[in-house]
Design a protein. Structure first.
Length: 96
């Protein structure tokens, strides 16, 4: 599907609350630099932020937990979906 033959753990997270206009995406990018993860983070039109992360399961889980810890005051709810599949990303970036 993504064109790279490497199988990895994926986690998609939809964050709701006061998550836009507060530096959420930038802070998520900073957190990602401390983990061996690839993916992206972007604002959605409905006011939520969508995070896609992939890598080793423990690394992705620790990354998402750290995002929740650092940005917890802005997060009211979060919906997670995890699965294994083909790697889609080569780095971690903010999508506009």
């Amino acid at each position: 599907m993504c064109g790279m033959p490497r199988e990895v753990f994926h986690m998609d997270v939809w964050f709701g609350g006061r998550v836009q206009g507060v530096g959420f995406r930038f802070q998520t990018l900073q957190v990602a630099r401390g983990f061996e993860v690839t993916g992206r983070v972007k604002n959605l039109n409905d006011g939520r932020v969508f995070l896609q992360a992939e890598g080793a399961e423990r690394e992705v889980a620790a990354f998402v937990a750290e995002v929740r810890r650092q940005l917890g005051p802005f997060i009211r709810e979060a919906e997670e979906k995890s699965f294994s599949g083909v790697a889609c990303f080569t780095d971690f970036q903010i999508v506009r």
